[in-house]
Design a protein around this ligand. Sequence first.
Ligand code: 6PG
Length: 468
Amino acid sequence: MSSTYDFGMIGLGVMGRNFLLNIADHGFSAAGLDLDQEKADALDEESEGKAVKGTTNTAEFIALLRRPRRIMLLVPAGKAVDSAIEALLPHLDNGDLIIDGGNSHFEDTNRRQEYLKMKGLQFLGVGVSGGAEGARKGPSIMPGGNVEAYQLVGPILEAVSAKVNGDPCVAHLGSGSAGHYVKMVHNGIEYGLMQLIAEAYDILKTIGGLSNEELHQVFSLWNKGALESFLIEITADIFAKRDPESDGFLVDQILDKAKQKGTGKWTSQSAMDLGIGIPTIDAAVTMRGISALKMERKQTAPHYIRAIEETPEVHKEQVIYQVGEALHFAFITTYAQGMHLLAEASEEYGYGLNLETVAKIWRGGCIIRAELLEIMRQAYQEQPALRNLLLAPVFHEPLLHSQQAARAILKTAIDFGVPTMALSSALAYFDAFRNPRLPLNLVQAQRDYFGSHTYERVDKEGVFHTEW
Ligand code: 6PG
């Protein structure tokens, strides 16, 4: 057996298989390892005629790869990654590269990087976004780690990634766990946008009275304008899908309990650690939790039927217009929150992130790809040190304009009792950020009152305490 294969993949679920097939389409040979014979066979079947080989035998897999070996893991985040690494170690040689392509927590990535360095191995923590279809046709890829390690695999990743105007949606993002941190925040923004769209749906349906056909039309139209994005596009498709088991629409048959694998929560936790507010992402995580409490919600409902006394008259067209504007407003502020967190994390953890590059590689292939990202990329190109996108001149007018409709539709939603935790948080974030004098002087006074925690004054330097 000759060691000629360019790339190895461990974990031949649909993502791993698709990623390998994509690699083979670009002229690289690739070997896949999975302990499940069926998955290894599925790879061999799907890759007929291509330079791809599946196996269940680790020694055989290793023997196929040319050195330095480039091995990607696409296994569930957590213990499975450590187990896969341990199983590989006895077979590897100095300078071989392990790439973790899953949604690993960035602190695990730091730990693994240190551990493998001690063993003379290279390690990259790489975020991969785009789901099964992205893996097959071109994902957005977010690698982090040392540059030499990236260079071993850069040409392959660049070949298989999505392209926007010919530019690959992959770039070496920074040192250490930069790639997995950026992917985590990508997912946090994904949570935020999905929750915003869900609230828009609720308002359109509950207040505007739109049918699924109308929702399909409205989202399709939005996808041709400022909101053009993958998530708006698939939402339009979802409303058109009939249920094969009844004569209704599939969306109406789906239980309103959203699951989560944790990346949104990690984003909120990390933002709390760094002291950066990302309330729309927090709201999205919170709403997944509340959605899961179906039984409690059903028990509570009958007690508060009378909560809404009277609802105002609404006009469907106006509701549609206002919701579209509110979504535009909230999309921008959600990306702004995520990007601000990246700016802070980059400083705190020494990642050396370039936010223009992040916006650039998110323009294609990933779940949060959107037209807006090209505008953001340009904003960072003009002002590389931009901390928050609210400060980018290109967003001043669009936000000033769209916030009016956001306020109007939120008032209506409150009158109807439609929960808008994410949409409201986007507006509150904007109102807080544009406010040079928040009421937190009072919080400082209270802290000093009960705990002698001291305060600063507006009129002179120093630290003060008062016997209240
Ligand atoms: C992507 C997705 C992907 C996955 C999410 C789902 O970028 O391709 O983000 O990573 O679908 O992890 O996350 P939840 O299960 O937490 O919703």
